[in-house]
Design a protein around this ligand. Sequence first.
Ligand SMILES: NC(=O)C1=CN([C@@H]2O[C@H](COP(=O)(O)OP(=O)(O)OC[C@H]3O[C@@H](n4cnc5c(N)ncnc54)[C@H](O)[C@@H]3O)[C@@H](O)[C@H]2O)[C@H](O)CC1
Ligand SMILES: [K+]
Length: 497
Amino acid sequence: MDIVTAQEMYERDQAAAEAGLAGTMLMENAGRAAAYDLVKHIQKSDRIIVWIGAGSNGGDGFVIARTLLNLGYTAEAVQVVPDEKIKGDAAVHKQIFQASGHTVKKWTDVEDAEGYLLRADVSIDAMLGIGVQGDLREPYKQIVQHCNEASLLRLAVDLPTGVPADEGVEEFTAYKADYTSVIEAPKLSAFLQHTQPWYGQWSVVEIGIPSQVSPAVRRSMWTVEDVKRTLPSRDDHSHKGSHGKGLVIGGSLLMPGSAAMTSRAALRSGAGLIAIATEEGAVPSISPYVQEATFVERETMELSAYDGVAAGMGIGRGADARALVHHVVTHTKGPLLIDADGLYVLKDFLGKLEKREEPTILTPHPGEFAHLTGRSIKDVLLSPFSLAEAFARRYGVYLVLKGPSTIITAPDGEQRVDVTGNSGLAKGGSGDALAGILLTMLMQSESMLDGLSSGCVLHGHTADRVVQQGRSKVDLLATDVIEGLPGTFRTLSSSIT
Ligand SMILES: NC(=O)C1=CN([C@@H]2O[C@H](COP(=O)(O)OP(=O)(O)OC[C@H]3O[C@@H](n4cnc5c(N)ncnc54)[C@H](O)[C@@H]3O)[C@@H](O)[C@H]2O)[C@H](O)CC1
Ligand SMILES: [K+]
């Protein structure tokens, strides 16, 4: 499913119009689809207010109110702006609403706003959508405040009023939705840390724009269904060499667990062979946890003898670590993933990445990405899509920017978003497990972007499954996720079991 900016959504609208789907038709489709989606949250006995703003979001509101009344719900349409502001397609649907025998109520006629809201059970926000610019003006601001304070169910259409569609906007006042029915495609703000909570739960309603006419968007969600569709199958005649021979360069005397978890996660994800290059003193701690792995010495390791290399977890941030990562970056011929401490020391010679011919994969969390880019974490969280794209293009790398919505970016700027996983993953060790899964995926997948996206979903989906099956978000450990992988593979495809 595509993820769009406001501009891309308008272009899609325009393309539909050129194909003959007039704006009023799209509005009818949007309003009806949203109404049928929203009623899943509404009881027949509920008293509903539909708030209607000046633009096309308000136009959707007239269709929603008419549909709800047709279905026998008790709904009032409250227009929050003067009549002359209702124009174009929205005016057509206001006309149809009135011609259907319904009355449009005006916010200016509402006396005792608090008492009015107290008598309602459900509020449907069709005030503003992707057209919002800057902070809310009146009367939107006071209506939003009243609604946010009232104890009613807050539903929204497309976006909660006031939430910007795009990234980069820090300050705004917005309607705090419990649930949002998103029109046609999710907007960037549905995935950002500072805007996503305003949506509440959300899902997307399809409004009839033919995909053939939609301008291509190089940004989409990657889900369990996509993993099922693309996961490499395991050939009955395969041998250990067929599934990838990987090298994990990580761990140290004080941080042996990182390399252990990366290696075990790689093997649990189906890697054929895993070798570990670690500090000699760490071997006795690592080997009991991952008996299938072999060990090689860092001084003599053959960097080009592997189908994939993952480096950086638990190596520390000192001069030795820096020299190690420099050596790895300049001598590894095949695909190379760098994580954790490796990213920290990489900062000094980022330019070397441009010279690599085989894929480089960096897997930072926002703090590590801020360090790599010299930006603040706040900037990264405000504009992760554009910063990730610019970085991936500049250094020619695949970037896996981790978070509640993980953004995977290819060197050509194409992006995927994985929303699986839960707060139980916000713990030491999660990144190590993910790096191991990704190491296997990058060795086995025909498309690097598909493989990395699937690796992220495998990790998050497994955490979700494990939490559903008895662990809680409080006690979930990275090792639980690694041991949950077999269950995930079992449920994904009969050809895998
Ligand atoms: N395919 C589609 O995209 C469809 C979308 N639909 C719905 O239409 C809206 C987008 O409509 P648009 O008229 O462009 O924008 P809005 O309704 O969000 O609002 C424009 C309106 O708001 C005023 N305004 C802007 N900023 C502010 C502010 N800070 N304070 C107060 N007022 C503000 C501006 O002056 C305009 O008057 C989309 O979200 C969908 O819900 C179609 O119905 C179906 C097809
Ligand atoms: K809205």
